[in-house]
Design a protein around this ligand. Structure first.
Ligand code: GLA
Length: 452
């Protein structure tokens, strides 16, 4: 009898060991592990923490998205070299004392802990993903999707149809032609309408089918407008409208936008959120009007555009009242949307897609190595707070559902090289990853807005 029991025990131990060996590796709950769970997300706590020095990935720093939970998603753009290898454990021991972590680890931890919406800054652009006919490069995008899942973040796909960072072969009659698009244009060797339509449709189908269950929001089209109409070759070398032109003969050569949205809907299905994204609409009324008119016209033709992205590369002297007026204008499209697509009523949205704040205004605009003072940072904090308070008004109205920063910190920002080399200070952490006053003013704005 004893022998039988021993045998049974041995078998059951063996079985349980086998089961252990086959168990999936433990996944790390980044959002929980990287942030002190005893934080209270209160004004008192902000007062205390903001008086101390903290880095973006520090354990005792609250997660920014939490202040906005249930109101609006808080997102960030990053590049593939800033992605943490999610298959390993945490970037570092978050509870360890002292400056043990590298700046790079701080960036990665900051991305994981503070945001619940991600966008890849460059590596989902179509030139990266479809460099030559029949060639697809989705390695970075695949990693991005896996990271998003591991970190519990929703994802934006950015971007498909644009005049920049788009495969040049799409525009050439012979896809292997080495001449520039401008030269092809001069030589009469641009692609035909049919060729370009076929190429962009094929790519859209490929990318949107691949990420159908993973990427919720897409910038189908980016920057298709100039100050008051569809772009032309003379505005930023865009040949889209020139090649595809006015297919339906309604007087507007913006049919490539419709073609792209229709292909995206076809491939992405009913639930995917398809958006059009542009810059300067924060202040340029004529451009906002042009966006309104174009989107309305397309909706009335049955093209379902689910939202408009305001890139929001703004300056510290941004006029918030003008910005509000332009957001209100686009928010008015929700009514048109509901009328045209009653079965999707309430689904039209605005997103703030690429928020950052140029600090070089006025007299210091040319001082590339200007040293930012506490006063400059306070001015920036006040402007960010004013903006977030306004964004939350639109979130309260149910029309704004996401705000994304275009980068994590001042070192990793395109504004250091565009429009020229200068040390800008556009984002929430400085070059050492120390949180700036604007991080805390934004958190405070979220709490105070609720208290209104
Ligand atoms: C535009 C694009 C982004 C990015 C920024 C600059 O706003 O939409 O993809 O290239 O410029 O970094």
């Amino acid at each position: 009898m004893k022998k039988i029991i021993a045998l049974l025990l041995a078998v059951s131990t063996l079985l349980s060991l086998t089961a252990c060996a086959e168990k999936e590796p433990e996944t790390v709950d980044y959002k929980t592990e990287l942030t002190d769970q005893s934080l209270t997300y209160s004004l008192d706590e902000i007062d205390k923490l903001s008086a101390e020095e903290h880095k973006i990935g520090d354990y005792e720093v609250p997660a920014l998205y939490k202040y906005f939970e249930g109101k609006v998603k808080i997102g960030v753009a990053f590049t593939s070299n800033q992605m943490y290898d999610y298959e390993q454990s945490l970037p570092y021991d978050p509870k360890a004392e002292g400056p043990k972590v590298t700046v790079n680890d701080q960036v990665k931890a900051g991305i994981l802990k503070h945001y619940n919406l991600y966008v890849l800054g460059n590596e989902m652009k179509s030139d990266h993903c479809n460099p030559a006919e029949g060639v697809y490069n989705f390695d970075d995008a695949d990693k991005f999707v896996a990271l998003g899942k591991a970190a519990g973040a929703e994802l934006r796909g950015h971007t498909i149809v644009w005049h920049s960072q788009v495969p040049q072969w799409w525009f050439k009659a012979d896809p292997n032609d080495q001449a520039s698009v401008a030269d092809c244009r001069a030589n009469g060797t641009l692609a035909s309408r049919e060729q370009l339509t076929e190429r962009v449709t094929t790519y859209i189908t490929e990318v949107m089918t691949r990420y159908k269950d993973d990427i919720k929001y897409w910038d189908v089209c980016n920057e298709v407008l100039n100050a008051n109409a569809i772009r032309t070759f003379n505005d930023d070398q865009s040949v889209w409208s020139e090649i595809i032109g006015d297919v339906d003969g309604n007087g507007y050569a913006d049919d490539y936008v419709e073609i792209a949205f229709n292909a995206a809907r076809e491939a992405g299905g009913e639930d995917v959120v398809l958006m059009i994204n542009d810059f300067n609409m924060e202040w340029q009324d004529s451009k906002t009007q042009a966006m309104y008119d174009m989107v309305e016209r397309m909706m009335r033709k049955g093209v379902r555009i689910d939202g408009v992205g305001f890139q929001s590369h703004i300056s510290v002297d941004c006029n918030v009242a003008a910005y509000r007026k332009n957001l209100e204008k686009i928010a008015g499209l929700a009514e048109v949307y509901d009328e045209c697509f009653p079965e999707h009523k309430g689904n039209f949205r605005i997103q703030i897609t690429e928020l950052d704040m140029n600090m070089f205004v006025g007299a210091i605009a040319n001082e590339g190595f200007y040293t930012w003072s506490d006063e400059d940072y306070e001015r920036q904090a006040a402007k960010y707070a004013e903006l977030f308070d306004m964004f939350l008004d639109f979130a309260d109205d149910g029309v704004l559902d996401a705000i994304l920063f275009w980068g994590t910190d001042d070192e990793n920002s395109w504004l250091n090289s565009t429009p020229k080399l200068r040390r800008n200070a556009a984002l929430l952490a400085d070059r050492d990853m120390k949180l700036k006053p604007c991080f805390w003013s934004i958190a405070r704005a979220a709490l105070e807005h609720t208290a209104d």
